[in-house]
Design a protein around this ligand. Sequence first.
Ligand code: SF4
Ligand code: SF4
Length: 98
Amino acid sequence: MESGPPAFECRPGCAACCIAPSISSALPGMGSGKAAGIPCPALTPDLLCLLYGRQERPKVCSSFKASRETCGSSREEAMAILEALEAATAPAFPKSSS
Ligand code: SF4
Ligand code: SF4
């Protein structure tokens, strides 16, 4: 039986998906979630998730799957892709008009 290409795996030390998108669910110290482009408060200095496996982890995080389409081939590429996706969807935090 033929096996398909190996599944895409999350890159250690990336965390672009914990920085680039806005999150509308409550996060530690950020009851209304976070704006796009700022690191999630649950992100540790070594870029791991403090809430991993916990009930408080936003659903959007548990359901996000690493893939070539969203994660690209580098952290920089992932940031660019996720920033573009963020801009293409309704932002949870409208940009300031000033
Ligand atoms: S953007 Fe993709 S590769 Fe980077 S941390 Fe998130 S899931 Fe992993
Ligand atoms: S809760 Fe965890 S997985 Fe979700 S954005 Fe924050 S650090 Fe990343």
